[in-house]
Design a protein around this ligand. Sequence first.
Ligand code: OTU
Length: 639
Amino acid sequence: MRPEVRAEYERALGRIAGDTAFATRLERFFTELRNPLVAVYGADERFPAQWDALLAAVAEAAAARAPALRALDHEREITPDWLQREQAVGYVTYVDRFAGTLDGVRERLPYLRELGVGYLHLMPLLRARPQPNDGGYAVADYDAVEPALGTMDDLRVLAAELRAGGMALCVDVVLNHTAREHAWAQAALAGDERMLRFYRTFPDRSAPDAYEATLPDVFPDTAPGSFTWVPEVGRWVWTTFNPYQWDLDYSDPEVFVAMARVMLGLANAGVDVLRLDAVPFLWKRAGTDCQNEPEVHELLQAFRALVRIAAPAVALKAEAIVSPRDLVGYLGAGRHEGKECDLAYHNVLMVLLWSSLASGRVALMTHTLRAMPPVPPGAGWITYVRCHDDIGWAITEEDAGAVGLDGYLHRRFLADWYAGDFPGSFARGARFQPDPRTGEARTSGMAASLAGLEAARADGDEAAVELAIRRVLLLHAIAFAHGGLPLVYMGDELGLPNDPAWDADPAQRDDNRWIHRPHMDWEAAARRHDPNSVEGRLWEGLRRLVAARRATRAVHAQGRSEAVWTGNDHVFGLYREHAGERLLVLANFTAEPQPVRAAVAAERAVGPAEPEPAPDGRPLRAQGDFLVLAPYQHAWLRG
Ligand code: OTU
């Protein structure tokens, strides 16, 4: 450290004298915190005061950390792969829709334990503006829980109970924007100049027009444009998402420090994983799409370092729904390696799974995954089949072209297929935010409905029901084996269909993502032990996957992961290797039996023995030189 930097470090250290663990972490991560902030704010005269405030906040948070959390800090420092292990399986749900309140969630924990869940992501639960509030993503107060769900104390109690049972808690930090009802925005509306500078605002259309020339529309249908005229301040406010979600201006160092305080507060309430919402949008630059700018990665590195100093048990998860090439950067690429987020959503895998299921072909998935850089050391993916948002068909022209497809036409095919508009489609989803200019659309729908279960049940077609169940399990099997922390979204474990009453609430009517955010159906859950019911078959299928993961060290997120050409365009191959174990998962993406040369397995010295019982529930058939997969079968061959 340079002498003047050392002086800053020693001042921070002095604030929490006697805590040797803190001193070690502060020294270790001091420049990892400082350098990116200097890179972004170094020339800003406001920076020195904010830097001092940040160090004070870090020291204060570290000093206030409860003994149980300090113990966890230590435990995770010596188990840095705690989110990457074969035991890790996550579950995602809305508090109100699952169990009414935070206390209600505590009562439902046995259900989650039975499924094998070790990580619980509760959807936005901080106090939001009144409806509409984008499912809680328009936060009015980061220091309070939404009153209908409980209090900050309830959150602390829940976190402690989860911790005692070995379950990690993930909570959203909506850091790109606040609700216009947040105190900062309210002060700005009342004429506070300093608070107005927390947001990006413009006196006239010249800058907004210039930005919009290269800005894509996130909600082209319901919230076109990225700026909202706010008469109270006589300015255009940057609103990437809805008009009531005001983008914060991270070029103001005080905004960074304010959000750092929010994160440290949640960490000390006992939250284990912070889901950083919409991170690609944090930095804006004229002439670009204002996503994935280099400054975003500097800011994320700084957030990571400050959490590591004050609360090392806590991990950061990036929500960056971007193209394959941009995605890996959020896990820390290049000079940010090992210094950025611990986890990032693998939206590319999600898209490819549904693409393969619609087409019955796996070449695009195999090629795209092979072309992606491996996860940087120490980081891991979040793997999932669907989420609370839409599926945006992020398939590039380049990847499509490499396997002889036209990217645009394939994206349109997928939107048509999953809306149920393509002849022969089994899906019952909906178009989300169709873009009239391009004809493209994203897709909403529950996994079961997209996979054909809703249509099959409506037709009373038992054979089709069986195929649909198999499809849901097939996609989860890849998510469970791929490498990363797999998430199950509430309802998919029971095959819950689209919510038929999703548009009953006028505040939600123009956002059909509510189709796949139903209330938990506890009557359906009660059928989960009936092996003949749909719920029972899905529940058992997922439990077999949890068991197969636990029994297979090769699924570790740090292990080697390679998409394999199987010689059959209908069968996906995924090879994993870790700690001396090998695993080849073969997955048939069609409703017909599909052969694969046994040599594909033999070359990798795996199989034919599967873990018992077979994760798919059906044994793998051998026929001469071939392994023959049953319709939508997934086979786990180990060596
Ligand atoms: C996120 O999604 C949340 O997951 C959404 O539920 C919110 O509406 C939104 O932020 C605003 O808070 O555009 O269509 O690259 O794609 O952040 C969903 C990231 C979104 C964005 C993602 C965003």
